[in-house]
Design a protein around this ligand. Structure first.
Ligand SMILES: CCCCCCCCCCC/C=C/C(=O)SCCNC(=O)CCNC(=O)[C@H](O)C(C)(C)COP(=O)(O)OP(=O)(O)OC[C@H]1O[C@@H](n2cnc3c(N)ncnc32)[C@H](O)[C@@H]1OP(=O)(O)O
Ligand code: NDP
Length: 263
């Protein structure tokens, strides 16, 4: 666990910050001293998370935002600057997902997920980086992807394709903006319990157990485990890391040996 004060005086925008991993990251960043800006569509979720942060002595600004709309993203950046005067960290965490055979996926279904995950990440990234570059200062971007960005993800072609795009965006911008002092990294979580993923991806206990069976460490991850790693990557401790993917999946994407490693 990083010491309190690690993110002192930092201002962090976290998309999808009202629930799941986004909320866990917001709580952890606030514990470390950051002021956090929570952005997603549902004000009620954002307000609840902000109240929890305030209850622990932190400071959170709520800006209802649909990341698919570049105008709303500009508003997010402007509201953050009005309130805090600067931005240090952007976490592109917002996502949508559901399981659907590719041949049955509608054009709207494809667009709904790709627009949130790939386009939304670009709109937020561009808006924040334009500010940084205009000010001649650096910053930190963390993108939340998934291991099927490189393994493929049967049943989730929209999300897998979009996350692969975000991975390529991360590596591209890490190099393009390194001379600007902007670091760009990813976390690729494996299955994590207690978030909005559950009803979409493992809606029954049977489905959940089937997912756990695929994890060499034999359990799902926790939102807090992802949040601790996220805090490290956006902190000065990770100052020489850019363009990287930190996989936190209990060994899942590596698969199993044929003769050892079976549960
Ligand atoms: C070997 C096993 C290894 C296992 C390893 C597991 C690792 C886990 C990896 C997980 C990686 C990623 C996880 C996540 O991203 S979790 C995030 C989950 N959270 C959410 O999805 C919350 C937000 N979601 C939403 O807002 C919605 O679900 C949605 C994405 C659909 C967007 O909402 P919106 O209101 O904009 O969209 P609509 O409801 O109007 O729908 C748009 C079109 O999409 C079609 N649709 C919606 N749901 C489904 C479905 N379940 N099946 C098929 N189609 C669907 C909908 O019908 C609309 O299309 P049409 O207009 O054509 O009808
Ligand atoms: N949980 C898991 O097992 C895994 C999760 N991930 C990734 O982790 C991240 C967080 O997911 P998780 O916490 O599990 O799920 P959640 O459903 O809890 O989080 C998704 C968040 O995205 C927000 N969101 C969705 N659409 C939009 C939009 N158009 N504009 C702004 N915000 C939006 C939602 O808020 P609202 O509805 O208010 O807009 C919600 O807070 C995602 O990137 C996901 O792909 C990756 C691998 C595994």
């Amino acid at each position: 666990m990083l010491p309190a004060g690690t993110l002192a005086d930092r201002v962090a925008i976290i998309t999808g910050g009202g629930t799941g991993l986004g909320k866990a990251m917001a709580l952890e960043f606030a514990r470390l001293g950051a002021r956090v800006v929570l952005a997603s569509r549902k004000q009620e979720n954002l307000e609840k998370a902000a109240a929890e942060i305030a209850g622990r002595g932190g400071e959170a600004l709520v800006v209802p935002t649909d990341v698919r709309d570049p105008g709303q993203v500009d508003n997010l950046v402007n509201r953050t600057l009005e309130r805090f005067g600067k931005i240090d960290i952007l976490v592109n965490n917002a996502a949508g997902n559901f399981v659907c055979p590719a041949e049955e996926l509608s054009v709207n279904g494809w667009n709904a997920v790709v627009n949130i995950v790939l386009n939304g990440t670009f709109y937020c990234t561009r808006a924040v980086a334009r500010h940084w570059i205009g000010q001649g200062r650096g910053g930190n971007i963390l993108n939340i992807i998934a291991t099927y960005a490189w393994t493929g993800g049967p049943g989730t072609v929209h999300s897998a394709a979009a996350k692969a795009g975000v991975l390529a965006m991360t590596r591209t911008l890490a190099v393009e903006w390194a001379p600007r002092g902007i670091r760009v990294n990813c976390i690729a979580p494996g299955p994590v319990d207690g978030t909005g993923a559950a009803p979409q991806l493992w809606p029954t206990e049977e489905a959940r157990q089937a997912v756990i069976q695929a994890v060499p460490l034999g359990r799902m991850g926790t939102p807090e485990e992802i949040a601790h790693a996220a805090a490290y990557l956006v902190s000065d401790y990770a100052g020489f890391i850019t363009g990287e993917v930190l996989t936190i999946d209990g060994g899942t994407w590596l698969g199993r040996g044929l003769f050892k490693g079976s549960r």
